[in-house]
Ligand binder design. Structure first.
Ligand SMILES: NC(=O)C1=CN([C@@H]2O[C@H](COP(=O)(O)OP(=O)(O)OC[C@H]3O[C@@H](n4cnc5c(N)ncnc54)[C@H](O)[C@@H]3O)[C@@H](O)[C@H]2O)C=CC1
Ligand SMILES: CC(=O)C(=O)O
Length: 320
């Protein structure tokens, strides 16, 4: 393969989420090189071997276990190292443990080459995305979190079941925190330009129960964790989708997390808003029209995230 065609992704933290992401990336044929890094070196080696043994079924790819230094020339570093929620824990409960891991690890991953992008997945993802921005001083477009890409998919999946239309034809976003204060945007949810409630009633099927769907989207992770201990397949696909939009310079609209800089009068915090994702990363953040109660809920979400950030030891200064 010519050198110019080299595309590389590094996954730091190859537990359940990192390995599911690596599998989805490997299957996509998006990259020629995939390096897996974990503090538990044997785990990274085992995952790399297991994935590489499928080499004859997929497009050529070099998969190996590496060190932090192997991440520096990656097009994208996926950060999925850290503890996950146990039943009864919220994502925000993980903050001190995972902030410590992020702070310890980031200096070993930098400097990130050229226009490389850091994609944070570890929870609480919005808080850690902001921390990563502050700690690395990278341009805001090059540091993003997986945010509510997964939640938007859950929202679309549940709407799809109600409306009997496939999820890819449902336009619906969840914004704000990837967590308990997230905000499904009912006012914008549509199918072929028709508001989802109108679409659903028009089909003669019972109208959508918005409160029930909102609750199920918010509680989806808790429901899975209560049954199988962790979520990993859907986030693996969400991570692959973000990487695809970056590497293929797609200009896709995804609800990734990143710096909010004045949208809805909110600043100096990271959370998800519909954003254009391309080779530059989170290239443009869209100020979509919101209903009054959605805007209030978004401000509440921002306030909760800011109150957590106040307790982290982070450098100050201008980010933009
Ligand atoms: N953003 C999202 O939508 C989602 C985020 N998550 C989050 O992803 C994170 C990882 O979850 P799981 O994979 O289920 O956990 P896990 O426990 O299966 O894997 C974590 C991995 O991180 C590794 N690790 C710990 N410290 C490290 C370091 N300093 N350097 C390199 N590797 C290190 C561990 O050895 C382990 O292999 C959690 O914070 C979880 O809450 C999980 C699902 C969805
Ligand atoms: C664990 C988590 O963040 C999720 O599945 O949404």
């Amino acid at each position: 393969m010519p050198v110019n065609d080299k595309r590389k992704i590094a996954v730091v933290g190859v537990g359940a989420v990192g390995s599911a992401s690596a599998y989805a990336v490997m299957m996509s044929g998006l990259v020629s090189e995939l390096v897996l890094v974990d503090i538990n070196r044997e785990r990274a080696e085992g995952e790399a071997m297991d994935l590489a043994h499928g080499a004859s079924f997929i497009k050529p790819i070099r998969i190996y276990a590496g060190d932090y230094g192997d991440c520096r020339d990656a097009d994208i570093i996926i950060f999925s190292a850290g503890v996950n929620q146990k039943p009864g824990e919220t994502r925000l409960d993980l903050v001190q443990r995972n902030f410590a891991i992020l702070k310890e690890t980031l200096p070993h991953l930098l400097p990130l080459a050229g226009d490389g992008i850091l994609l944070v997945v570890t929870n609480p993802v919005d808080v850690l995305t902001y921390a990563a921005l502050r700690l690395t001083n990278l341009p805001p477009n090059r540091v993003m979190g997986s945010g509510t890409v997964l939640d938007s998919s859950r929202f679309r999946y549940l709407l799809s079941a109600c409306c009997q239309v496939e999820p890819r034809n449902i336009h619906a976003y969840v914004v704000g925190e990837h967590g308990d204060t997230e905000v499904p945007l009912w006012s914008l949810a549509n199918i072929a330009g028709i508001p989802v409630q109108e679409f659903c009633c028009w089909r003669g099927v019972p109208c959508i129960k918005t409160d029930d769907i909102t609750r199920r989207v918010r509680e989806a992770a808790y429901e899975v964790i209560a049954r199988k201990g962790a979520t990993f397949y859907a986030i693996g696909l969400a991570v692959k989708r973000i990487c695809e939009s970056i590497l293929r310079d797609e200009n896709s609209i995804l609800t990734v997390s990143g710096l909010v800089d004045g949208q809805y009068g909110i600043q100096d915090v990271c959370f998800s808003l519909p954003s254009i994702v391309n080779r530059e990363g989170r290239a443009r953040v869209l100020s979509v029209p919101l209903a009054r109660e959605e805007e209030e809920a978004l401000k509440h979400s921002a306030g909760v995230l800011k109150s957590i950030l106040e307790h982290l030891d982070l450098p100050h200064g201008n980010l933009t």
